[in-house]
Write a protein that binds this ligand. Structure first.
Ligand SMILES: NC(=O)c1ccc[n+]([C@@H]2O[C@H](COP(=O)([O-])OP(=O)(O)OC[C@H]3O[C@@H](n4cnc5c(N)ncnc54)[C@H](O)[C@@H]3O)[C@@H](O)[C@H]2O)c1
Ligand SMILES: N[C@@H](CCSC[C@H]1O[C@@H](n2cnc3c(=O)[nH]cnc32)[C@H](O)[C@@H]1O)C(=O)O
Length: 413
């Protein structure tokens, strides 16, 4: 009951799964610890995440804890086909392959939902939003859900604000052990990886423009600086712009940065951050892409449909010859470059995010009635425990406050 690109890739996928699993100690320890008690026994779990080697460790973990799992991709271009084949061979109902059309992407989400998940885990809220916006799924009885990323949480909070949210959701993104590490260090590294695989040009000495100085933007800007680039940040929030300035970055509006930038990376979750007028003012040779959310941060539609000509000059790099005669380049069709042009975040950082996911699924299973139709954060004790586990996995020791320090810290005198 699965649909993947090539089932014969399962053995390759198994090796990839094992490589990730062996570097996701926090997650695998949690799975081993809970295996005996089977906290997800008999539950149907629906997963709409990037189908990567790290995600396969989470999915196999949920299965080991007793769940019946159906899965689809959270992006039409991010599926690792060997991993999808491995999961299909291991009893997961999976509908995912890379290079989906928008219609196929939609169809796969619907197939995943056809397994009637009781707990729904999403990345970007495309499946949560389908349940809320499509009558076909109105009768689905979802006990609760989780959400992996910043933009997905924003969409769910908007539903809750309009009192339209149908079930409780845990905003996994909002855990400290998720956004401070995954969004910053994970995206920081995997963005460099994605851009390098697609363009294979030198960062050192280049003028890189990073749009957005949130968790993702900070990570990307700092890693680009580490590669020797001259980084300029664009922002709309005065506090974030001030922070970027004091972190030593140049800060400018996009209309100015566009004229001098050589590599552009958007990380805002917004729409129309790099627009037609910016693109037309860029230097010939400029390379742009996105690591925020949908393919609307950079105006990919303008580049891909209104250029004089478009050709893929390297994997995941389109040369767009504009009507003004300049050639500019788009990474990964404007979709998240770190997952489309590379393999997404490294396993160690996803171990933290996915430990939050797994423990949140279990929390929903036990507490969904108590939470009500709200978006809540990951309980503090889970967040802290993951930090403790991560330190242990990385062989890092820290101090404990002494009784005298605890007393001193609580005293007004
Ligand atoms: N590619 C990945 O693997 C990955 C990982 C984590 C998060 N994300 C996504 O990246 C996006 C950013 O996430 P975050 O956690 O950094 O969010 P955030 O809210 O911390 O930061 C977003 C920043 O963008 C700024 N911004 C908004 N509109 C802007 C504009 N027009 N120009 C310049 N700056 C603008 C905001 O002021 C804010 O500072 C979200 O869509 C999130 O879902 C992607
Ligand atoms: N559906 C949206 C979601 C944005 S992706 C952002 C999320 O991807 C997650 N992510 C990054 N790398 C990986 C990975 O390798 N495997 C699974 N998820 C990942 C990460 O936790 C982050 O919150 C879109 O495709 O545009």
């Amino acid at each position: 009951m699965s649909q993947v690109k090539d089932p014969s890739l399962a053995d390759k996928g198994k090796m990839s799964y094992e490589w990730a699993r062996d570097h996701m100690q926090i997650l695998t320890n949690t799975i081993s610890r809970l295996k005996k008690s089977q906290p997800l026994k008999g539950l149907r779990i629906g997963i709409c995440l990037h189908i990567t080697k790290e995600t396969s460790v989470l999915i196999m973990g949920a299965k080991e804890l007793g769940a019946d799992v159906s899965a689809c991709a959270a992006n039409p271009l991010s599926t690792q086909d060997d991993i999808a084949a491995f999961l299909a061979e291991n009893g997961i109902h999976i509908y995912a392959w890379t290079g989906q059309t928008p219609e196929e992407y939609d169809w796969c989400i619907e197939q995943m939902l056809s397994h009637k998940p009781q707990i729904l885990t999403d990345d970007g809220s495309d499946s949560h939003s389908k349940i809320h916006g499509n009558k076909k799924f109105a009768s689905l009885k979802v006990l609760g859900g989780t959400e992996e990323t910043t933009t997905g949480v924003i969409r769910l909070k908007a539903l809750a604000k309009e009192k339209k949210l149908k079930y409780p959701v845990i905003a996994v993104n909002d855990a400290y052990t998720k956004h401070m590490f995954d969004n910053r260090y994970g995206t920081g590294q995997s963005t460099i990886d994605g851009y390098l695989r697609s363009m294979n040009l030198l960062f050192a000495g280049k003028r890189v423009v990073v749009a957005g100085y949130g968790w993702v933007g900070r990570g990307v800007a700092s890693r680009c600086r580490g590669m020797g680039a001259k980084v300029c940040v664009t922002e709309v929030d005065p506090i974030r712009a001030l922070e970027a300035h004091m972190d030593g970055f140049e800060v400018a509006p996009m209309s100015e940065a566009a004229k001098t930038g050589e590599i552009f990376i958007t990380a805002t979750g917004q729409t129309g951050v790099i627009r037609k007028e910016h693109i037309l003012s860029m230097k010939s040779g400029a390379i742009m892409g996105n690591v925020g959310h949908f393919d609307v941060e950079v105006d990919a539609k303008f580049l891909l449909t209104e250029s004089k000509s478009v050709r893929e000059v390297r994997p995941n790099l389109d040369e767009c010859v504009l009507k003004n005669g300049k050639s500019v380049y788009l990474v990964g069709k404007g979709r998240i470059a770190n997952l489309v042009a590379a393999e997404g975040h490294p396993p160690e950082v996803m171990a933290q995010s996915f430990s939050n996911q797994l423990l949140s699924m279990i929390y929903i299973a036990k507490n969904h009635k108590k939470i009500g139709r709200n978006v809540i954060t990951v309980p503090d004790e889970i967040d802290k425990q993951i930090a403790i586990d991560a330190l242990k996995a990385m062989n890092v020791n820290m101090d404990k406050p002494t009784p005298a320090q605890i007393k001193y810290g609580q005293s007004w005198a």
